[in-house]
Write a new protein. Sequence first.
Length: 87
Amino acid sequence: MTEILRFLQWQCRRFEFWQICFIFSITLTLISMAVPEPYSIWMNIGGLSIIIAFFSKWLLWDGIRSAWQRYKEERNKLLTTIRDSDK
């Protein structure tokens, strides 16, 4: 039993920030089904807004950042080709 607890502690320490936020938002969304009406709405909104925030981050920010990296690599490659062609 203690070995299982050590494994769970080890696994929880290895989680990244987005994984902890995702688990927290899923927990909020599931708990919102069991609590009374005014609290369930706020818990549901909170959980789903965390998920939407991370999805928009993945969709927008990560895509733009990877495109910027590819642009810089292609530009540097082109400049290197132009510079080396003069020699």
